[in-house]
Design a protein around this ligand. Sequence first.
Ligand SMILES: [Zn+2]
Length: 348
Amino acid sequence: MMELLKKISEAPGVSGFEYGISEIIKKELQGFVNKIEEDRFGNIYAYKGNGEKTIMITAHMDEIGLIVKHIDDRGFIRFAKIGGVPDHVLLSQRVIIHGKYKKIYGVIGCKAIHIMKEEERKQLVTYDKMFIDTGLSKEQLEKYGIGIGTPITIERDLVELENDLIVGRAMDDRAGCYILIEALKKANPVNKIIAVFTVQEEVGLRGATISSYNVKPDIGIAIDTTIAGDHPEVSESEAPVKIGNGPVIVVADGRRESLGGGLLANSLIVNWLIELANKLGIKYQLGVLEGGTTDAAAIQLSRGGIPSGCISIPTRYLHTFSEVLSKRDLESGIKLIIGLMESKISFL
Ligand SMILES: [Zn+2]
């Protein structure tokens, strides 16, 4: 488990630059599925099974990250953010700049505390006050193929914590990719499964929008991660999902205070997933999740409307570069997705 999880967590794949992770996924699925395709946008499609109903199951390959915006005469790099990157987790991170000819390490720097004025010390340093130092001059960076538009990822290993927990980068949504890969390897589907490893989720569900039109499924299911609030500074009522208590069957999600732009999961699908979990003895949680959404929100609006649902893995510290989740939840997620691939659909 850890070997593959580590490999896909550490692979680079900022939105729009998913080739690092997509190569690994294609290789990993070789021999386990009937066919693998890629579209012009970079979405990867894996086909398995030959049932009468088509189920599209997605996990997004892309991760939040940075992109080179400007390089000054001394070689210091200014960057823009891709996806919801909080400024307060950026400072002093080690980064990898994915130059055309070479990967270069760098560090996100800012003014030292010693020379900050009293008021400066109390303020959050915003990303526009930060820069990346690689040690290289502007000319040297250019030689490695680093310039405006070069993607940047945060460097971080996946490691195990105690009690079946793991911490790693980009678990949103490499956790979903991992579950989908493992389920595709093990399942004997009775439905036509089209697994889509989507691109550009973090910048507005773009890969899912395109791929769901291409696939034209009967049912859409997204696998993603969601906020677990079982730690200090969050009340239980604010974010009731807990890690280790099983995957979340999403009932609704979307923007805070309105659930706009999100998913109101198809109730027949929610009930089907609950029944499946009960039948397979899988512990699960129900979720009404404010503050974000998943690929399922795009799939449901495709063509004439696609009944859709979402299964999310509870994750602490989402959209930081040290996301914590439980190996047990991942195992349960795999079981549930295999169950879904292998069960007849009678409700549509
Ligand atoms: Zn995600």
